[in-house]
Design a binder for this molecule. Structure first.
Ligand code: ADP
Ligand code: MG
Ligand code: ZN
Length: 479
């Protein structure tokens, strides 16, 4: 029998704000010594009262709007009760039945098709403290306690590990465009759980799901889901049943491992948070937030294909990172007419991406200004240098930040277009390659490529190819 996977994602995203969710402590704790960003509120001293961080609410609403959610007029916070050392109050302030945002969607590309993945809800809560287990004891750092945290829950519309991965990439891109989350999974600013079940192809009911936790990289998301789909399919094939459990991902063995069963699942005894007033969201406020959303990746991609004639795949690559998209547009604006946006896109996604990858750096750090890339490509389109030389020049620009014209002049890389000079070289090449000449004259067009290659070699790559080809054809024709 063939099985199909059904997957729903739960993503936690730390919101970038100045202060924590319910107190005035700084939320920017990444490099702070432990327990320095704390106050009576986030340490849960008796008698303290929370105050809602408006910026965190706005970030949540903007995220919901970007994900095409409905924003109900009325919302509230609830207490989620559970006893655990990372939670000083004994409960987390979260949202239960009335989240800020519901019923949205985002789109992913899969097999050349656009697929819509439903967003069930986006709600706002507070992060927990951090436990550090070492040599038999456990330490606790409250800097993270009370940092604003969004939870984004998808519908179970995802059908493969690949789609789950694309969903997460798209979601992260949107969060970054909005500036509400850093997207950093390794540091735990973006955390993900995958709910996975399988069912016979053709069946309309969902199978029993397994929740996978501790997914702290894109690779882990993809691998763990693929593993879990296989494991569950095999269980069903062998006539067994899938147990509803929570599993963890073990990076080292590359397998999911049992954490707890459904029976051990906790009863959180949710109830409305009595220390916070219910929230009335005015349509005017929501509309204002909506109008101030930035251009989002899908819209940008469409504009790039329509306005600049880019292929959809190239546009998709460029818009995945807002900084790259901006870099591209700055280069396009700076470039003269002889350099097409498509050429700029090719060099950016080809040569520059591979240089960035090779040096483990990103576009924010690059020494080549967009205007300088445009300038380099104008030298190619104007036949001052050829593409091969330009690639070497680009590497040097990448390392030093020197401009292309300056490198070309300093190293004497200008193309040889002078016909007299090239004619002499052509004569020598023909004399030294009688076999290729014969081949060409008996109709083998490929021999001409070889001869052009020889001219390039003789000029150390600096011959103007078009001129060289003309001269070769002329000389061969006269024989
Ligand atoms: P829970 O109460 O166990 O957290 P929810 O119904 O709230 O479960 O759903 C959590 C996530 O799991 C959502 O993303 C949802 O789409 C997904 N989900 C629900 N049922 C299934 C299923 N049978 N298979 C895969 N994913 C599922
Ligand atoms: Mg869950
Ligand atoms: Zn505090």
């Amino acid at each position: 029998m063939h099985y199909e996977a059904v997957i729903g994602m739960e993503v936690h995203a730390q919101i970038i704000t100045e202060s924590k969710m319910f107190c005035a402590c700084s939320a920017d704790y990444a490099s702070a010594p432990p327990n320095t960003h704390v106050c009576p509120v986030c340490l849960a001293m008796p008698g303290v009262l929370p105050v809602v961080n408006q910026a965190a609410v706005e970030a949540t609403l903007r995220t919901g709007l970007a994900l095409h959610c409905e924003i109900p007029r009325f919302s509230k916070f609830d207490r989620k009760n559970y006893p655990y050392p990372d939670l000083p109050k004994g409960y987390q302030i979260s949202q239960y039945d009335l989240p800020f945002c519901i019923n949205g969607w985002l789109e992913i590309e899969t097999d050349g098709q656009t697929k819509r993945i439903g967003i069930r809800r986006v709600h706002l809560e507070e992060d927990t403290a951090k436990l550090i287990h070492q040599s038999g004891s456990s330490l606790i750092d409250f800097n993270r306690a009370g940092v604003p945290l969004m939870e984004i829950v998808s519908e179970a519309d995802i059908r493969s590990a690949e789609e789950a991965w694309r969903y997460l990439v798209k979601l992260r891109t949107i969060l970054r465009y909005l500036g509400v989350n850093s997207g950093n999974m390794e540091e735990g600013a973006l955390r993900c759980e995958a709910n996975v079940s399988v069912r016979p192809v053709g069946s309309t009911e969902f199978g029993t799901k397994v929740e996978i936790k501790n997914l702290n990289s894109f690779r882990a998301v993809r691998q763990s889901i693929a593993y879990e789909i296989q494991r569950q399919s095999r269980l069903l094939e062998e006539g067994n049943r899938v147990q509803q459990v929570t599993m963890g991902w073990d990076e080292d063995c590359g397998c999911t491992v049992f954490q707890r069963s459904k029976e051990e699942a906790e009863d959180y005894r949710y109830f409305p948070e009595p220390d916070l007033p219910p929230m009335h969201l005015t349509p005017e406020w929501v509309q204002q937030l909506d109008e101030r959303l930035p251009e989002l990746p899908d819209a940008k991609q469409e504009r790039f294909t329509a306005d600049y004639g880019l292929r959809a795949e190239d546009a998709a690559l460029l818009v995945e990172d807002q900084a790259i998209a901006n870099y591209f547009e700055q280069a396009v604006r700076a470039a003269d007419k002889s350099v097409s946006p498509r050429t700029i896109a090719n060099w950016l996604t080809g040569e520059i991406f591979s240089l960035l990858r090779e040096h483990g750096t990103d576009i924010g750090q690059i020494k080549i200004k967009p205007e300088q890339l445009a300038e380099l490509l104008a030298l190619v389109s104007g036949n001052t240098i050829n593409a091969t030389v330009a690639k070497d020049v680009l590497v040097e620009m990448f390392e030093t930040g020197e401009s292309a014209p300056s490198i070309v002049q300093r190293k004497g890389l200008t193309l040889i277009s002078d016909e007299e000079q090239l004619r002499q070289i052509v004569r020598e090449v023909l004399a030294a390659n009688a076999k290729a000449v014969e081949d060409f004259q008996s109709g083998k067009e490929a021999a001409l490529r070889f001869l052009i290659g020889q001219v390039m070699r003789a000029t150390r790559g600096k011959a103007n190819v078009a001129v060289a080809e003309d001269l070769l054809r002329q000389a061969l024709g006269q024989r």
